[in-house]
Design a protein around this ligand. Structure first.
Ligand SMILES: [Fe+2]
Ligand SMILES: [Fe+2]
Length: 180
């Protein structure tokens, strides 16, 4: 007669490699959130002009939310017997979210935010796929955070659309003026 012990899922000794892999993916997600918090903090202060106000406020709110995501990922790394990396492990990737030459260049920031959120969406979708059937707790957390990021991206896509429509409208006014 064979006896089988109940599976402990991601904590099962047979799943050590899978667990280490999830910790690695979570560490990358953690750095993405930290860098996003840095970039959004800078943009929420740097931008100039009356039209920038709403974008600045929105980014300032997001900083808290993104830091909250980083903290959740850190907790999960620990639960999975990993170690939350130290600051010397950090290497920046958001070249597209550096301060623009002109601090009134709101579109530069909006496009950068959309790119950052898209990167997060892609990475978190990958974690959701890789944890399928292996680590439902990490998967659940990532689904919730993915929902937040989709909301962020949608909001900034709306901002970009507004600026694009206004750009076209402004162009028409100029054309009309030149024709007179
Ligand atoms: Fe986030
Ligand atoms: Fe976000």
């Amino acid at each position: 007669m064979t006896t089988t012990s109940p599976s402990k899922g991601i904590f099962d000794s047979a799943n050590i490699e899978a667990r280490e892999r999830v910790v690695e993916l979570l560490a990358k997600a953690y750095w993405m959130e930290m860098e996003t918090a840095m970039s959004y903090t800078a943009a929420s202060v740097n931008l100039d002009g009356v039209r920038a106000q709403e974008i600045k406020e929105s980014l300032a709110e997001d900083v808290t939310e993104e830091l909250g995501h980083a903290q959740r990922f850190a907790e999960r790394i620990k639960e999975l017997y990993g170690v939350v990396p130290g600051s010397e492990q950090f290497s920046p990737e958001q070249s597209y979210l550096q301060p623009p030459d002109e601090q009134t260049d709101i579109v530069h920031v909006i496009r950068g935010v959309i790119k950052a959120e898209t990167g997060a969406i892609e990475h978190y979708t990958r974690i959701i796929e890789e944890t399928e059937g292996v680590d439902p707790v990490t998967q659940d957390m990532m689904i919730e955070v993915l929902h937040d990021e989709q909301g962020h991206r949608r909001l900034f896509e709306g901002f970009l659309r507004e600026y694009e429509v206004e750009g076209i409208a402004a162009g028409r006014v100029l054309d009309g003026g030149a024709a007179q």
